[in-house]
Structure formats: structure tokens, C-alpha cells
Design a protein around this ligand. Sequence first.
Ligand code: NDP
Length: 295
Amino acid sequence: ETAATVIDGKRVAKDIREEVAVEISRMKDEIGIVPGLAVILVGDRKDSATYVRNKKKACDTVGINSYEVRFPEDSSEEEVLKHISKFNDDPSVHGILVQLPLPSHMNEQNILNAVCIEKDVDGFHPLNIGRLAMRGREPLFVPCTPKGCIELLHRYDIPIKGKRAVVIGRSNIVGMPAALLLQREDATVSIVHSRTKNPEEITRQADIIISAVGQPNMVRGNWVKPGAVLIDVGINPVEDPESPRGYRLVGDICYEEASKVASAITPVPGGVGPMTIAMLLSNTLLSAKRLHNFR
Ligand code: NDP
């Protein structure tokens, strides 16, 4: 029994931030353009406010201008749509991000459809998702969390082509695009969800598992084939009286058991989490380069 390689998302995310910062300063020097990211936050959910603050901080560290707009919980869909359209037309904005979830009186589809696909750095526009799903088509952007998962596999030289991959979860923001990306990389992909019978029989066949469920420690050691690679997207708070906050974060995968069976595994925290924002920065740079024809 040998211990699995720990896939260090924190370190990879730092490498990516540094690479992005270098490119941004080159762009500024050569054509005088600084990438800009607009972030729209509606309502006063604490977790959303924290995510937005972290995204803004990350922009600062690499030299991306960030423009934050906050709308009160009771604002109308029209007000938000108006602002999106303003950002669509603003040449200093290269990426537009609407922090989800939106208040329930707003139509998420209408809002996400309003972001022009050239600035859709979250990759949630149906045209970008549709292109991701189609052979021979290229999305302008790929959603950040699943892109981060694949980037981790690449940076650890983990082969995907011809491998059996299982994605647990089929959400629009993580599971579904992760499955599409793995398929584009020539893996043979199965998708497990809440109605799947005997999921462990399917996961046991996987060379690669990406789990995006939101159930603490659901994937046990005996769900995993020896030598499999495990990417854990789940971020789940569990009670922990020893911790000063009274809780700690764990993934969907039972790390203690699975790390004894797998060949490589992402920890929680410090695995996929830091990659999401790194990919957002990288998508924003990509957008600015494309909009200004800069190579
Ligand atoms: P959703 O709740 O939108 O989707 C969860 C998915 O898991 C659904 O497809 C659901 O199936 C499936 N599921 C639920 N229970 C089971 C079960 N018992 N067995 C198998 N499948 C199940 O969550 P998200 O995709 O938004 O997020 C998933 C996790 O990833 C969360 O813990 C979240 O916090 C984390 N996350 C982390 C990010 C990061 O690292 N930066 C970013 C985004 C999310 P069904 O479709 O049938 O309902």
C-alpha cells in the first residue's frame, strides 16, 4: 500500500496566477491595455459577498482592473440587465461575471443570456455550453471549476485519452461541463447522479473520478479502483468542536480511505478550490487578448 500523490491545487493556482501576471504586464507594456473584469452581485448573501471579495482580491494580485456593482436584493431584473448591457458595450471590460445564485424573483436564464459571449468568462452562456458539447466547435470560454479540474490533470501529466472517467454530479456549473471536457479529451465518460443505482459499481471502473456532489465523504475507499486519480470538487462544512469556527471543510470523497487506494488525489481545502479563481483570471486575460487581437 503506497500513499497517493497529493495534487496541490494551491501551488498550481499560484503558478497560474504568476503566469497570468507576466502576460498582463507584457500586454500593458506592448499595447497599453489592462484587462478588466466586471462583477455583478445581487442581494446580500454572505457567501456570495465572500466569493466576490476573493475574486476582486485575486484580480488585484495579477493586475486585472475589477469593477464591482452591487444591487439590493429587491432590485428588478431590468436594472441588472441594463447594467450587463452597459458592460457589454464598455471596451475597458473584457469579462462579465454574474455571481450566482440570483434572488428567486429573477430569471437566471434571462440574465445569463444577456452577457455577450465574447465576455462570458464564466462560460455559462448557452452558446458557449453548446459549443463545448459539439464536435468541431470551439467555446469561447469554458466554465472555471471544471476547467480547473482538467488543468490539474494536465499539470500532473495524468493521461486522459482512452481512460474511463466517472463524473459524479450533473450541475450546469460543474458536473455537466466537466463530463463534456473529459469527453473532448477522449476519455470514455459516465455520469453518476442522485438517481443512479449502485453508483459504487460505476465508480469502481473509473481511472479518473471527478466528484461534484456536495455530500461529505460520500465516496468511500471501496468505491475506488486501486490506482485511480481522484478530483474532489465538493466543499462541505462538517461539525468540528476542535476547530475555532466549530466546523471544518471536507470534500465529497472520504480522503482518509480513498488516499490509501488512489494513485493521486486532491485535498479539500487546497485542491480544486483555488483553481476556480485562477481559471477566472486566466479566462479574463484570454478575453482581453482576443478582443484586442494580442498574441
Ligand atoms: P449542485 O447541488 O448544483 O449539484 C449536485 C449534483 O450532485 C447534482 O447533479 C445531483 O444529482 C448530484 N447528487 C446529489 N446527491 C447525490 C448522491 N447522493 N449521489 C450521486 N449524485 C448526487 O451542486 P454544484 O455542482 O454546484 O456543486 C457541487 C459541490 O461542489 C458542492 O459541494 C459545492 O460547494 C462545490 N463547488 C466547489 C467549487 C469550487 O471548488 N470552487 C465551485 C462550485 C461548486 P441530481 O442532478 O440528480 O440532482
